[in-house]
Design a protein around this ligand. Structure first.
Ligand code: NAD
Ligand code: MG
Length: 377
């Protein structure tokens, strides 16, 4: 029986993880769950699973949960704030951690779990984008296993030889006879829309992904293909891949989750149904396209940042979080997301950010500059 902690338990990935625990009560139990504002989902998690600890980063939601636990005489301890996220992630009381907070807020608690040598199921790609080398180094030193949850990276993981699966972050792709890693992406809701009309896209259109149901931020990232750019950076760190060995292809059917091309010419792919309504019979019509960088400039920006510096990938990620929130709030146009990211990212290309403190400083500064860019749009 494995005790699981879920960071971001109230979100899309978090609720899917809860469902896996629900269906496998003899394999898993819930040790701790964390959330931000969503009182009602967390209340139902407490009632169903009685976790030992719950952490909320929103004070109002936390206070309401404390009242609920007291009124119903439940045993769950309810804590508030980011410091307690780190403390719970660093606890010795559990075995595996699902990292499913959205954005940079996931970095510190995920790193806390890695430095405790936990098995970390990693959905929070932003933390790896910001501090890949630190994560991978810590995982090696503290013997923490990182299991990729992002579907593309999980697919690649499944297509690797066992030896490489066991050294995620330190793979030797050439030694394993691997030529390329091929990341597939659906192209999002606008793949067939004329690029010249993208400035009129509404938040509702951007979050309605054709193939997947996900949180709002990653849905917008899928529409700009910034998501695939972040995944490119994620792949570089997880599989110790050179940027020139990672390819991106648009695959509208989303049946192939990603592929590994070996030097002998063979290609291993992992296929799956993303949704029960899509029959596997669609296999008869798998299509692939080169990504269009005019339509998806965010993808190009992230790939360029990956080949430039860790500070630049951190800045792209930070600016993107600010810009996507502004877009979702109706404050900027869809096409402004790229403008803000590109302006901010270029300012950090030559910055050296070797440790966690300097990365967090780049993150703070890049957010501040992104807000200034929003003000002059
Ligand atoms: P979501 O918005 O549905 O959920 C986010 C979770 O993070 C919620 O539990 C929320 O309470 C919590 N949270 C938000 N802000 C927080 C903060 N400041 N501090 C602490 N907690 C906070 O997002 P999601 O779609 O589940 O995505 C989660 C992560 O998984 C993202 O990094 C995303 O890129 C990645 N991911 C998601 C999917 C998917 O299918 N949804 C697929 C691959 C990767
Ligand atoms: Mg993905």
């Amino acid at each position: 029986m494995k005790k699981i902690t879920i960071l971001g338990a109230t979100g899309s990935i978090g609720r899917s993880t809860i469902d896996v625990i629900r269906r496998n009560p003899d394999l898993y139990s819930l040790y701790a769950a964390t959330g931000n504002k969503n009182y009602s989902v967390m209340a139902s998690i407490i009632r169903e699973f009685s976790p030992s600890v719950v952490v909320m980063t929103d004070k109002t939601a936390c206070d309401r949960l404390k009242e609920m636990v007291q009124a119903e005489h439940r045993d769950t301890e309810v804590l508030f704030g980011a410091e307690n996220l780190n403390a719970v992630a660093a606890s010795e009381e559990y075995d595996g951690l699902m990292s499913a907070i959205v954005g940079a807020a996931g970095l510190r608690p995920t790193l806390a779990a890695i430095t405790q040598g936990k098995t970390v199921y990693l959905a929070n790609k932003e933390s790896l984008v910001m501090s890949g080398h630190i994560f991978i180094d810590a995982a090696r030193r503290f013997k923490s296993a990182i299991i990729p949850v992002d579907s593309e990276h999980n697919a690649i993981f499944q297509c690797l030889p066992e030896k490489e699966q066991q050294r995620i972050g330190r793979c030797e792709l050439k030694e394993a006879g691997i030529q390329n890693i091929i990341l597939t992406g659906s192209g999002g809701p606008f793949r067939d829309r004329d690029s010249s009309t993208l400035d009129t896209v509404t938040p509702a259109e951007a979050v309605s992904h054709p193939n997947w149901s996900m949180g709002k931020k990653i849905s917008v990232d899928s529409a700009t293909m910034m998501n695939k750019g972040l995944e490119f950076i994620e792949a570089k760190w997880l599989f110790n891949a050179a940027p020139e060995d990672i390819k991106v292809v648009v695959h509208p059917e989303s049946v192939i989750h990603s592929m590994v091309q070996y030097t002998d010419g063979s290609v291993l792919a992992q296929l799956g149904r993303h949704d029960m309504r899509t029959p596997i019979a669609r296999l008869g019509s798998l299509t692939f396209r080169e990504p269009d960088f005019v339509k998806y400039p965010c993808l190009k920006l992230a790939i360029d940042a990956c080949a430039t510096s860790q500070a630049m990938t951190t800045a792209v990620n930070a600016a993107n979080e600010v810009a996507v929130n502004a877009f979702l709030d109706g404050k900027i146009k869809f096409t402004d997301i790229y403008r803000v990211c590109a302006k901010v990212a270029s300012q950090f290309a030559c910055v050296n950010a070797p440790d966690l403190e300097s990365i967090l400083e780049v993150d703070t500064q890049a957010r501040a500059r992104a807000y200034s860019e929003l003000a002059v749009l």
